[in-house]
Each structure stands twice: as structure tokens, then as C-alpha cells.
Design a binder for this molecule. Structure first.
Ligand SMILES: Nc1nc2c(c(=O)[nH]1)N[C@H]1C(S)=C(S)[C@@H](COP(=O)(O)O)O[C@H]1N2
Ligand SMILES: [Mo]
Length: 185
């Protein structure tokens, strides 16, 4: 379910400057409603430098483009996406790895959540340019346009995934955490 309602609820709950945007003086352009332009994406978890981003923050960072084909609702679709590398955001946020543990990052994950509560996770190992190097993007443009309204302002794009299930749309939260490790024996 990807209606605008969750995004509107989030905008209403966040308050402050976002709330002030709920009665815009002029109609927003159809391609980018006020709610998607101001929806915050929170990057949190066990990070040294957590932060949140709005669309304009992401657009100000180095952009990357990728063209790919994947299965969405049983159909093959092909698009060119532009966005920011998840690995760039994770590097800047500096996960609080235990320096005594060899390759500690390989036991961590990032959980991505949409405004509708839909969620998917990635291991940091698959994101890391030195390991899986998957090139996962926080995409804000599709085929040279803002994302379709049904996908919100930002959607994950996951090169290598055959099905679109991890293309989390209307992205609102990324949470970076270590996996709970069972005793090895
Ligand atoms: N927030 C959110 N993202 C989501 C989903 C969803 O239900 N909610 N469905 C996923 C599934 S199952 C697919 S196949 C793709 C479809 O992506 P598209 O509509 O952009 O092609 O979105 C994924 N991202
Ligand atoms: Mo799907």
C-alpha cells in the first residue's frame, strides 16, 4: 500500500516547519507535492553521526545513475534511476563498529522502512564497496523525472536484485545496527 496518506500523517506528526507546509500558498507542482519534498528520511541506529535528510539534501550530494531491469508485480520493468549511494551515506554516518573485532562491519545490517511500514534489510557487507559493492541507491529520479507519486520522494534501487521487493519506496527511515550474535558453540 503506497497511498499518500502515510506521508501526510508523518508530515502532520513531525510538526514545526513541516506542519507549516500543510497549507501552501500556491498549489505544489503535480510532479512533486509538498509532502514528498519535505518528508524527512532519518538515518539512525548505532551511528557516530546520525542525521536526517530531505530531498534537497540528497540532491546536493554526488549523484549516480544506473539503468536496470527488474520484476515488479510480475512484470519486467526497465528504468534509469538517479540518486545517492547508500554506501556514501553510511560511510559519512560512521557506524560505531567495535575496533577490536575483525571486519566488524560484516555482522551489521541496515533496515530500510517506507512510510507505509514496508521494510527490507541489507547486510553492510553487500553495500560495502570493498565487499558486495552492490551500488544500492537512494533514488530521487526515474527516467529523468521525479519518482512517480506512488513511490514517494525517494525509493531504494537495488542493482542485482531480480525482483523489486527491496526497492523500498516512500523511504522514511534507515536504521543501522549490529546483528545479535549467538555464541559460536
Ligand atoms: N514502501 C513500499 N515499498 C515497496 C513496496 C511496498 O509495498 N511499500 N512494494 C515492493 C515491491 S513488492 C515491489 S515489486 C516494488 C515495485 O516497485 P515499483 O512500483 O517502483 O516498480 O516496490 C517495492 N517497494
Ligand atoms: Mo513485488
Amino acid at each position: 500500500m503506497r497511498t499518500l496518506l502515510p506521508a501526510l500523517l508523518v508530515a502532520a506528526l513531525v510538526g514545526g516547519p513541516v506542519l507549516a507546509q500543510t497549507t501552501p500558498a500556491a498549489p505544489a507542482p503535480a510532479s512533486m507535492s509538498f509532502s514528498t519534498a519535505t518528508t524527512a528520511i532519518t538515518l539512525g541506529g548505532q551511528l557516530t553521526a546520525p542525521r536526517s535528510f530531505v530531498l534537497a539534501d540528497l540532491q546536493a550530494l554526488p549523484g549516480h545513475e544506473v539503468s536496470l531491469t527488474y520484476m515488479a508485480a510480475g512484470k519486467s520493468v526497465t528504468h534509469t534511476f538517479k540518486g545517492v549511494l547508500l554506501s556514501d551515506l553510511l560511510t559519512a554516518a560512521r557506524p560505531a563498529f567495535d575496533p577490536r573485532v575483525r571486519n566488524a562491519s560484516l555482522t551489521w545490517y541496515v533496515l530500510a522502512q517506507g512510510a507505509d511500514g514496508y521494510a527490507a534489510l541489507f547486510s553492510l557487507g553487500e553495500i560495502d564497496p570493498g565487499f558486495g559493492n552492490r551500488g544500492v541507491l537512494l533514488a530521487y529520479a526515474q527516467d529523468g523525472q521525479p519518482l512517480p507519486a506512488s513511490d514517494g520522494a525517494v525509493q531504494l534501487v537495488v542493482p542485482g536484485d531480480l525482483k523489486g521487493g527491496r526497492y523500498v519506496s516512500s523511504l522514511v527511515r534507515l536504521t543501522v545496527l549490529p546483528a545479535a550474535l549467538p555464541a559460536p558453540n
